[in-house]
Design a protein around this ligand. Sequence first.
Ligand code: NAP
Length: 257
Amino acid sequence: MKLDGKVAVVTGASRGIGKAIAETFAREGADVVVNYVKSEGEAKEVVKQIKAMGRRAVAVKADVSKRADAQRMFNKVLAEFGRVDILVNNAGIGTGGTTLDTTEEDWDRVIAVNLKGPFNCTQIAAKTMVEQKSGKIINISSISGLGGAPVGELAYCCAKAALIAMTTVAAQDLGPYGINVNSVAPGWTRTDMTSRATKEKTEELQKLKAGMAAMRCIGEPQDIANATLFLASNEASFVTGQVLVADGGRRDFLSHA
Ligand code: NAP
């Protein structure tokens, strides 16, 4: 197994991509901290699945955008597991809004969760990883941060672009301590985030996005979990500061590759 004996913290692991990452890591031998903010029942179900695989797991409620919450989560992780080997900054939210109509409130919230959240968790986890002289940090960004900009998602695209910048800077800052920092940039993936519209509109969007990809399909959470697993494993020990795009080969902006 690729993550035997490792302790992983996955933010936003109650649903969607984070859930798939948490369960994939557990299948590969990791003990997992399942972070959530609202969906307690779903988070506990993920913990149950992981425990059924014979791994240790705990659900921790924390709003990653709040420093005190993030600190409390890592205090709990250290008390329970004694170390942190892998951090996946996955928790994220999406809102609509163009350059003309994004509200200040939406801007602040998206930047807080999607950018300050990873900053909070990275800085706190890195203190332990520096002492351990090892660690893997993976930021779940998006092709939206690379120029695959969906119209009307200003704050989201800006947060994801900045998260990619954070990945490259943090890789330089933390590399001397044996810590790898990378990012996975998913394309359109089937989760609650991409199913907010009506059933008809969601299906229409899925068809449209599938048609834009070389593989002629949208992503499943497991596709993103597989890419994340590689970056979390020792197989990626010489890989840092990189963005691994998992989008089925979007034909509308292959220049990112
Ligand atoms: P999702 O299904 O909506 O799940 C979001 C997860 O984030 C949930 O577990 C949620 O917890 C958690 N979360 C939200 N706000 C939080 C906060 N303040 N503190 C802690 N946890 C919080 O979303 P998803 O599609 O799986 O997205 C996961 C990541 O992938 C996000 O960063 C997203 O931007 C990125 N991404 C997604 C796609 C896509 O097409 N789906 C594409 C590119 C990038 P609760 O359940 O408790 O609310």
